[in-house]
Design a protein around this ligand. Structure first.
Ligand SMILES: *Cc1c(COP(=O)(O)O)cnc(C)c1O
Length: 430
């Protein structure tokens, strides 16, 4: 297998685009190696510019639950394009997609569309602050909520729960309003509430997918809800990744915990740039132009993007059972891989939520970011490289979640398990 064309393309891209990519994780930095330049996708497959074909377990980092070039989404986009790319005026497609989204989520009465998950979360936080009249927010280490200033935060020194910027360019004056708690650790949240009486909201990925796949315990989420209520803070479920992936009616439907605001992205756009945030009417009415909290976007609710989202969610609505079919397949995949690893004397932690799957080369169960960080990164990098050579495209970081689509067949799953057995054997023997 040659990847010469990708190597050359990456060299040129690096001279023109920082790191050669338009989003850092694509650069393969944490596993070494060269990112593959893609020419096309078809169903479960990706093709690179050297003509190699891979079974794709990234699916554009989540959005493509029906795989590449799903016919109904593709046709909807082509139809929409013929009528114009953007109007900057209301369209019926926005109302239709709003109706659909609201029909899926009990906690959403009204929804606003934006163009990315980052934008959705950033706006949801502003709304929570505007609604409560408070400035501080609590987030969890290891949860990712996009790249807006107040969310690019890492643990502060010593016992402080107030965070420090995790990137140059983010003023400490902004992140001082962000308190950090540990995932699945309710005591750490209590500590935050003790440190600040001005908490506007707690934001959490109820099924975390950005430190690998680490679902929150139900009990933890219940206690979190209670703490928010006791302290007059809103609870935001960031379901940009888990929405329509882990389950069809939101994490609230499987945990029994109702959020105040939900943020969405990825699947909601069917592969086009769409994000959304929604809440009960009382909260959403604070948003401009109905209320005073400002939020806007020239391309928000873009007709082509709405058409793709509508096609994707309509198909999901009509095939709601699809999530459990995918879950069974994802489960078979990680259980097969775990068995293959064990045969080589390697302990693998696995988990599945709907079409999302996660695996860690780790001796112990992973409940939070610190646990995830104790995974064997070197082994992961070797595994990633080995699987690529065998034609299986996994996310290029151990802190990412894997995705299967409806185009991922049982046969592909079995082939992936066989390949993982071969690759792990090669790694442990050599
Ligand atoms: C991907 C993601 C985001 C950011 O979405 P973008 O579209 O990349 O801006 C926010 N929150 C979560 C949970 C995500 O997985």
């Amino acid at each position: 297998m040659s990847i010469d064309a990708s190597i050359k393309a990456f060299e040129e891209a690096q001279s023109l685009i920082p790191g050669g990519v338009n989003s850092p994780v694509r650069a393969f930095k944490s596993v070494g190696g060269t990112p593959l330049f893609i020419t096309e996708g078809e169903g479960a497959y990706l093709k690179d510019i050297d003509g190699n074909r891979y079974v794709d377990f990234v699916q554009s980092w989540g959005p493509l639950i029906f795989g590449h070039r799903d016919e109904s989404i593709e046709n909807a986009v082509i139809e929409a394009v013929k009528h114009g790319l953007s109007f900057g005026a209301p369209t019926l497609a926005e109302t239709e997609l709003a109706k659909l989204v609201i029909s899926f989520f009990d906690s959403i009465d009204k929804v606003r569309f934006v163009s990315s998950g980052t934008e959705a979360v950033m706006s949801a936080i502003r709304l929570a602050r505007g609604f409560t009249g408070r400035d501080d927010i609590i987030k969890f280490t290891g949860c990712y909520h996009g790249h807006s200033d107040s969310l690019l935060v890492q643990a502060g020194s010593g016992a402080a729960t107030f965070g420090n910027p995790s990137s140059p360019g983010v003023p400490a004056d902004f992140t001082k309003h962000t308190l950090l708690a540990e995932y699945n650790n309710i005591e750490s949240v209590k500590k935050c509430f003790n440190d600040s009486k001005e908490v506007a909201c707690v934001i959490i990925e109820p099924i975390a997918g950005n430190m690998g796949l680490v679902p929150a315990d139900k009990e933890f989420l219940h206690e979190l809800r209670n703490l928010c209520d006791a302290n007059g803070a809103l609870l935001i479920f960031d379901e940009v990744m888990s929405g329509f992936r882990a389950t069809i009616n939101g994490a609230e439907s499987i945990t029994g915990v109702k959020p105040d605001i939900v943020t969405l992205g990825k699947v909601i756009g069917g592969g086009m740039p769409v994000g959304a945030f929604g809440a009960r009417a009382e909260i959403m009415s604070k948003l401009s132009p109905e209320g005073p909290v400002y939020q806007a976007g020239t391309l928000s609710g873009n007709p082509v993007a709405m058409a793709a989202g509508l096609a994707a969610l309509t198909k999901l609505k009509q095939n709601a059972r699809v999530i459990s079919v995918l879950e069974a397949r994802a489960k078979r995949l990680v259980e097969g891989m775990q068995e293959a690893a064990l045969a080589c004397g390697i302990t693998m932690q696995i988990d599945v939520r709907g079409s999302m799957f996660g695996f860690f080369f780790n001796e112990k169960p992973v409940k939070n970011f610190a646990d995830a960080c104790n995974s064997n990164a070197e082994l992961f990098a070797k595994f990633h490289a080995g699987m690529l050579k065998e034609g299986f495209y996994f996310a290029c970081s151990l802190y990412e979640t894997g995705f299967i689509s409806t185009a991922t067949t049982d046969m592909m799953i079995e082939d992936t398990i066989k390949a993982s057995a071969k690759v792990l054997k090669e790694i442990t023997n050599g």
